[in-house]
Every structure is written in structure tokens, then in C-alpha cells.
Design a protein around this ligand. Structure first.
Ligand SMILES: [Mn+2]
Length: 238
């Protein structure tokens, strides 16, 4: 079983070089399942079965894979689309067993318990916001969401990164041997007692993705010339 996992591409449409890069990656990818762990899209809304046209090529590229979709804080609204239109397995936390390895998948923002974050999150997921989007229609909704979604975050939040490792260690004690999340854009492989926590990094700066093949996990970085090289962590120092 070959599973590819990635998160935090924060795609912004055809003019975004990271979107072109991800499309080249997906075109060549051989995997039995692709797990998208949140914030693949910088902002998402859909109207009926129509996503934003800017993301249609990405949807087409994903169609050939069995999909797992964990919503992020930027693309939570895509959850229903991925479930209904693409038949993806969708949940904020996913557990599975791949070649005998119990895994736990999440976006990674669930470790942020701050009031401001949770209040904003609740507003954006509420009915009033949804009614506003539907009223705007696709073209104006795209421009509005692009404006409010900000720039993809660049500098990892050290406090959140530490919280992610601590939460992952607790999940390992619950029996998950491989715990994977993203959100903080801090790629890395963290051994914890009894298991491993992998932070997927992003496709904004790092272009990192995780391959779990036969129960073995390897974090790769996609180079500028579209090759995969194991991510050692030394890149993060530069
Ligand atoms: Mn996020």
C-alpha cells in the first residue's frame, strides 16, 4: 500500500507557481491513496457541484485517486464537495491502519485552543457567512475570499509546533504509531516514545510530502526541477 500525504499548499489558482508545481507532481504520482490534510486551497467555496474555476485543474488531477480529505482552516468548506462529488473519505480526524501501522491524521490546528482562533473559526463556518458567499456568487466570492484569506503563513509558530509534538505523543500512547498533521508549515519527522510524528510542511516554501509505503514513512521534498529528495531537516536551518 502506497499512500501519499500532503497539506498546506494554499493554492491560489493558475497564476500560482505552486499550483502548477503540484499539478506536475500529481500527474506523475503513483499512489493507492492520496491524503490531503488541509489548507490545500487558500480559500474555497463551491456553487452546486462547481468549484472555483481556478481550482478545476486540481480537482481533475485528484480524481484518479482514492482520496482522504481532512479540512483545514482555509478550505474547510471543501469537505462536503470532496465527500459528495469526489467520494472522498472526509473527517477532521482520520484513523486508519496501513500495512499493520495504525495512523492518525489531522490538519494540526486543533491544538490551537486560543479564544481568538476559535471565535474566528466559528464565524467563518457559520450560516451567516455561508449565506453571504452564496449571495456574492462565484466571481465576487473568489475576490472577496482572496482578500480576506491573507498570505500563506511563512514563519512557523514555535509554540504551536511544540503543542503539536506534545499532542502527537499523547496520540501515540493511545495506540497510533504514525501521527501526521500540517498547519504550522514546519516540515519534520519527530520520533516520540513508541511512534513517530510527521509534520507535512507545506507547498508554499518547502514542497514536502510524505510517502507511506509498506508501512515505512519517508518525508520528501520536491526540488525546483521536480525531483523527490528525502527531507533531512537540515534544509530548515537555511
Ligand atoms: Mn492551516
Amino acid at each position: 500500500m502506497r499512500v501519499a500525504l500532503l497539506s498546506d499548499a494554499h493554492l491560489q489558482g493558475p497564476g500560482d507557481p505552486n499550483q502548477a508545481r503540484l499539478l506536475r507532481f500529481l500527474a506523475k504520482l503513483e499512489a493507492d491513496r492520496v491524503c490531503l490534510l488541509g489548507d490545500i486551497f487558500q480559500h474555497w467555496w463551491h456553487f452546486g457541484a462547481q468549484p472555483f474555476p481556478a481550482y478545476a485543474p486540481v480537482i481533475e488531477a485528484l480524481r484518479r485517486f482514492p482520496l482522504t480529505f481532512v479540512p483545514g482552516n482555509h478550505d474547510f468548506h471543501a469537505a462536503r464537495y470532496f465527500a459528495d462529488v469526489l467520494g472522498a473519505e472526509v473527517a477532521p480526524e482520520v484513523t486508519a491502519e496501513w500495512d499493520g501501522v495504525p495512523v492518525h491524521l489531522s490538519h494540526g490546528d486543533e491544538v490551537d485552543r486560543s479564544f481568538g482562533y476559535r471565535a474566528l473559526s466559528a464565524t467563518l463556518r457559520g450560516r451567516v457567512f455561508a449565506a453571504g458567499m452564496d449571495h456574492l456568487g462565484p466571481a465576487r466570492a473568489w475576490r472577496f475570499l482572496a482578500r480576506i484569506s491573507g498570505h500563506p503563513q511563512g514563519t512557523p509558530d514555535a509554540r504551536l509546533c511544540a503543542a503539536q509534538v506534545a499532542v502527537a505523543a499523547a496520540r501515540v500512547t493511545e495506540g497510533h504509531r504514525l501521527v501526521v498533521s500540517g498547519h504550522t508549515h514546519a516540515p519534520g519527522v519527530h520520533p516520540v516514545p513508541g511512534g513517530i510524528y510527521v509534520n507535512l510542511g507545506d507547498w508554499v516554501r518547502w514542497h514536502t510530502w510524505l510517502l507511506v509505503d509498506g508501512g515505512e514513512a519517508t518525508l520528501f521534498r520536491r526540488t525546483d526541477d521536480d525531483r523527490d529528495t528525502p527531507f533531512t531537516g537540515e534544509e530548515a536551518i537555511r
